[in-house]
Structure formats: C-alpha cells, structure tokens
Design a protein around this ligand. Structure first.
Ligand code: SF4
Ligand code: SF4
Length: 476
C-alpha cells in the first residue's frame, strides 16, 4: 500500500506504534502479615507443636538398643519401632503413599486446603519463622517501619539477629532430617567435631538452607508458584466443599461506621472495611474478592474478622468456612454439614478405610522370615552314590526380626525326597544368609522331567514362623 503525501509532497510515514514493555515476571510485593489469635490460630499452633515434636523428637527415641526410626540406606534396612523393613517390603511404602494421597483427597473434598493451612511443612515453618521475626523485629507496623528506615546500627543488629536465629533453626532442621538416615546420637558428636562425611554435610546444609530460604525468604511464593498441589486442588473441590468464604450478601455494601450507628438504616452491610482480614493474610490477598488460588485456607482472616465482629457487637462468621451451595442458598451450618456426607466423600472414605485395613492387616500377619529359592543352573540333575538323583538349590533366608533364629529346612511333594545337606541353619538378627541345599530322591522314585516340590523353612525356636516356597525337581 502506498503512503499518502503531505502538503509539501513528502511521504507521510505512519507513526511507530508505541512500544509497551510488559514484564512476564511479577515483582514480589513484600507481605507483612499481622499477628493473629483465635480459634483457628490455636489449632494451627497445636498442629505445629504436634508435628514438630514428632519430627525433632522421634529421631532421639531408642528402641531395643537402637534408634527407633532409622532409614539405614547403606544397609538397606529401615527400622520403624519394632519393625525392620527391607527393600522387599516396598509394598508397605506404596501403601503409605496411597493412604496419604487418599487422605489428602478426602480432607480436600470435605474442607478444602486443610493440609495447606494447618500441617504442610511450608506453612508450619513459615509460621515458626514469622514468630521469630515478630519476637525480634516486632509486629506488622514495626517491621514496615524498620524496613523503611535507613540502614543503621539498630536495623543491622535486628536483621542480623533474626537471620542468625533463622539459620540456626534451619540447620537444626537439616541436622534432624539427616539424623533419620545416620544414627543421630553418632551424628551430633561428628557435627560438633566438624567430622561429618561429605554426604551428611551436604544434606544438612542443603536441607537447612532450603528451610531457611523457603520459610524465611520465599514464604507465600512457594505456595503460589512452586507447589503443584495448589494447581490441581481445584479438581477435588465441588460446590459442597467447605472453604474459607466471605459472606458477600451479609457484608456488602462495606463501609466504615461508628459502633453505635444504625448501619442497616444507612444501607451498609456488616463489613466495616477495616482490612484486618487482608493484613493478617500470609499470602496478601483479599478474601472479599472471592475464592482465589493463592488462598491456603489458613483461616487467619476468620480469626481476625471474628474479633472485629466481637468489637462491633455483630454476630461472628462474616468470613467463615462455608460452601458455595450454602452461601448461594443461605443455608445454616446444620444444613451445610448435612451435605458434607455426599457420594464423593463416602467413596474416598470407604477406599481409605479399606487400604488402611489392608496395610494394618498385612503388617499384623507379616511373617518375619522371607525365603527365596534359586535352582543351581550349573547342574540341573545329577546321579550320586547309591544311584540317587540329586538337585542343588540356593536358599536365601532373610530373618527380619531383631533376634537370631535357627531354622529347619524340609521338603515335600515327591516320593522319597529328602534334604541331603545340613537341614538346620542359624541366621543372625535382621540379616540374610545364603544356604546351599542338596535334595535327593531314590533311584526310580520319579520319571524323567520336572516335578513340582515344596520347600519349607520353619523356625526351631518359634514354630509359628514358617515360610514355604514352590520349586521344581529335575530328573534326566
Ligand atoms: S476483617 Fe471483616 S469487617 Fe474487616 S474488612 Fe475484613 S471482612 Fe470486613
Ligand atoms: S484469605 Fe484467609 S484463609 Fe486464605 S490465605 Fe489469606 S488469611 Fe488464609
């Protein structure tokens, strides 16, 4: 297309389009959550105490003269209280993961992001780190002022103290984590003497600084941008899932007013627009804009708003756990709770119950002896003294109990078959032993070919411990 000419005959070129630079990276706005107290904050702190006592304390518990919970990766043995698990027990780990996933589905279908708000390590450590921050730098306003202040001795001292405590907590967390893989009572003196191995040093530092970075610096960024659960939780929600909800019908139109004013006559709703719900939110969102994926369901805004409602003399629950259906239909909590027991929840619950029962049942019935039978491929079948036919096997006996056992080996399934090698063997506690076994039959007791047999291994000191394995006896 030709460009037009101006009055002087010069070509008029179109003005270049205005260049707009649009960043694809959202610059982080620092959040200064205000301290909050109340019913839900109390629950969160109870769970923080519980989970952290378990995490920091369990590593120090002793059981039968060894660490109660120890994942000895080098020896491929996992000690959990009275149990010793081996790689062959992988099924239990699978069961544990299935139980965790189903529990997550169930709790999410019922109460939304309950895991995120109360028990997720990111929430728990962020809460602990924020508590330390408040103790050293003060609450929201003091922290905002401190950050706005020019650099000075007081600011440097407070910031240094905060980071020193954060790093100490992070490193203790890393040390405890590694203490589940290396006996913690041996690890502590090694750490104090700076003589830990390269892997132990790496994991203590890695886990320690991950805790410091995630809970001290990144905080809500982890939930907003890194956590996959935040992204797929939506598929587990339905209109009867309880989430932290602002009751718009009751709260709007929002507006400031005096306590004594007849706000209803002035056409106002119950929200006094104090922004306390926003100030306490660890992800910095305004729940009054509706359900947002950034909301971790911590209920801090419920506690804050309830306190405002108390001060104003209004009923609590302007922000509360509610469902989309309950808000839309104006149900009371009894009607809402009735809908909690719905087919999806019942299915999750039934499957969870079945898996828990199966895992517990199999743990209860677990036989502390595992036997693997391997045929000696080098000599399938041979004739020995007296014309007898002999087959050779290798038995791998695994004693999963923490005491030694003496086992008797027996065989059945073929006429005249008997064990020709040593029939009793001892296996030390929590160990495996390979035993060569020779089986023989009398000449002419079986025709040519493969014959099914059964090898039985029974504990001499506890006959209830028995394992049977099928194999074949070859005759040429
Ligand atoms: S805390 Fe309650 S009253 Fe205050 S702004 Fe939030 S919803 Fe409104
Ligand atoms: S909106 Fe409320 S429940 Fe959601 S993260 Fe913020 S404070 Fe927690």
């Amino acid at each position: 297309m030709n460009n037009p000419l101006d009055a002087t005959g010069a070509v008029v070129r179109p003005a270049p389009a205005e260049e707009l630079e649009q960043t694809l990276y959202e610059v982080r706005r620092k959040i200064y959550p205000r301290a909050v107290h109340g019913w839900f904050a109390g629950w969160r702190w109870a769970l923080i105490w519980l989970t952290q006592l378990l995490f920091y304390g369990t590593a120090w518990l002793q059981w039968n003269g060894r660490q109660a919970v120890l994942f000895d990766v080098a020896a491929r043995k996992f000690y959990v209280l009275g149990f010793v698990f081996w790689p062959q027990d992988f099924i239990y780990l699978t069961g544990l993961l299935v139980i965790s996933a189903l529990s997550l589905f169930l709790f999410t279908a019922v109460g939304g992001r309950l895991w995120c708000g109360y028990a997720c390590p990111q929430t728990v450590y962020t809460e602990i780190f924020m508590w330390i921050e408040r103790k050293i730098e003060g609450d929201r306003q003091a922290r905002m002022r401190l950050d706005a202040d020019p650099l000075g001795a007081r600011k440097v001292a407070l910031k240094a103290a905060k980071h020193a405590v954060w790093i100490a907590v992070g490193l203790w967390t890393g040390f405890t984590f590694v203490g589940y893989f290396t006996p913690i009572r041996e690890l502590l003196p090694a750490v104090l003497a700076f003589s830990t191995g390269p892997w132990e040093t790496f994991w203590i530092l890695f886990y320690g600084f991950a805790t410091y970075g995630n809970a001290g610096w990144m905080r809500e960024q982890v939930c907003k941008y890194m956590c996959p659960y935040a992204r797929f939780q939506g598929v587990m929600f339905d209109r009867d899932t309880m989430t932290v909800t602002y009751d718009e019908r009751r709260g709007e139109p929002r507006g400031a007013r005096s306590r004594k004013a007849d706000y209803k006559a002035a056409g106002l709703g119950d929200c006094v627009d104090c922004t306390m719900c926003v100030q306490v939110c660890p992800t910095g969102i305004d729940i009054r804009k509706g359900l947002q994926y950034e909301c971790i369901g911590c209920a801090a805004c419920i506690d804050a708003c309830d306190q405002v409602m108390d001060k104003m003399g209004y009923p609590r629950g302007l922000i509360r756990y509610s469902t989309e259906n309950a808000i839309a239909s104006g149900w009371d909590s009894r009607a809402m709770l009735k809908r909690i027991v719905r087919p999806r929840v019942l299915v999750y619950f039934a499957v969870l119950l079945a898996v828990v029962a199966a895992v517990l049942g199999s743990l209860y019935l677990r036989i502390p002896l595992k036997v693997d039978v391997l045929r000696d491929r080098a000599s399938l079948s041979r004739e020995v003294e007296g014309g007898k036919i002999e087959n050779v096997y290798r038995l791998q006996l695994m004693n999963t109990q923490e005491k030694p056992h003496r086992y008797r080996i027996a065989v059945s399934g073929l006429d005249t078959i008997a064990v020709a090698s040593e029939a009793e063997v001892e296996v030390p506690p929590a160990s495996t032993r390979q035993v060569p076994v020779r089986l023989r039959i009398d000449p002419g007791a079986a025709g040519k070919g493969a014959h099914g047999i059964e090898i039985e291994v029974r504990s001499v000191d506890d006959p209830s411990i028995v394992a049977r394995e099928k194999s074949v006896f070859m005759v040429r």
